[in-house]
Design a binder for this molecule. Structure first.
Ligand code: GTR
Length: 321
């Protein structure tokens, strides 16, 4: 009798802690990368605050697919959450094109000031119109060029070279404006494409350059910092709408807290990755005059910043301190 009661108690206890809702979250990066660790911390906080009712399962290393595909799957509710770069949302959330313009943000701190203020709320509303709930802004640092051929000191050195860019038109136009050739392709194909000479190089931040292994096949890195593209954790509106307002509040708070953590982890990882790739033989060119690069972007702005709303947005971003 006692045994039965105990067994019953145990069964009901484990029932209480079993996941009632499991949310699948995708990331292109491997375990240990700041974005993956950010969402894992969010998952842990959500688990604690819901007594284990809501579980967020993080799938790293593109296990659920390449970034653009997982974004579409999130939009349609096949996947519940995705951590991705604004650059991958350009076809879906048009304002992300403006937010992905080269040299728009002058520093990562500037991007924080913009996203953590009223503009961030407007951007979140634009995501929601496309059935995506923006839960937290994450850092993706500054992106710069790297290649397997030669050290790049100036725009002239880029002439005729082939660089992988993310699959979006702004980045293709950015390369055209620099006199180089853009090859848009998913992140997962970049390593072998450099290795086999299909492309000469790519562009990214130090943590990606390091963790993807690109540094092994493209040792010349030029710190031109042409793009500061924000990243985010987005949730499917379909999955979101199934949650109670109380659970939504828990998720939002945990996501916010994870953003603070991710930004800290990010800063540390940037330095660690820089040290690591340099020790492994990467040649990092830091002395670079960015002015010609910034000036070369005028046609790109002329093409994309055309409506009064977009002009106003760019002006407000520039005016944000
Ligand atoms: C990384 C970013 C990813 C993805 C990748 C890429 O820096 O964190 O979300 O956008 O770059 O270049 O595809």
């Amino acid at each position: 009798m006692l045994m039965t009661t105990l067994a019953g108690l145990l069964a009901s206890a484990s029932f209480a802690t079993a996941c009632e809702i499991t949310l699948r979250s995708s990331d292109t990066h491997p375990d240990g990368y700041p974005t993956v660790e950010g969402v894992k911390a969010m998952a842990e906080e959500v688990r604690e605050k819901t007594d284990g009712r809501i579980c967020i399962e993080v799938f790293p290393s593109s296990q659920l697919g390449e970034e653009k595909d997982t974004i579409e799957q999130t939009q349609f509710g096949v996947i519940d959450m995705v951590r991705a770069s604004f650059g991958s949302f350009n076809d879906i959330v048009p304002v992300t094109q403006i937010m992905s313009l080269p040299y728009l943000f002058t520093s990562v701190e500037h991007s924080h000031a913009v996203l953590d203020g009223p503009i961030g709320e407007e951007i979140a509303a634009a995501f929601e119109e496309r059935d995506l709930v923006a839960l937290a802004w994450y850092d993706g640092g500054a992106r710069s060029f790297y290649n397997s051929q030669r050290p790049i000191q100036s725009i002239a050195d880029l002439e005729g070279m082939k660089f992988r860019v993310m699959q979006n038109d702004v980045f293709v136009d950015m390369m055209d404006a620099l006199g180089a050739n853009a090859t848009p392709m998913p992140y997962g194909e970049v390593y072998s494409s450099i290795q086999t000479g299909v492309i000469d190089g790519a562009e990214n931040n130090f943590p990606s350059y390091d963790s993807s292994g690109h540094a092994e096949v493209a040792k010349y890195f030029t710190l031109d910092e042409h793009l500061i593209v924000p990243e985010l954790v987005a949730m499917s509106k379909t999955s979101w709408d199934k949650l109670t307002p109380e659970d939504q509040a828990i998720l939002r708070e945990a996501a916010q807290n994870s953003s603070t953590l991710q930004r800290e982890l990010w800063a540390a990882q940037e330095q660690e990755s820089l040290d690591k790739v340099t020790a492994a033989g990467a040649e990092v060119i830091t002395e670079i005059d960015k002015t010609p690069f910034i000036e070369a972007m005028v046609p790109v702005y002329d093409k994309y910043v055309t409506t009064p709303e977009n002009k106003d947005l760019v002006e407000r971003i520039r005016a944000t301190q």
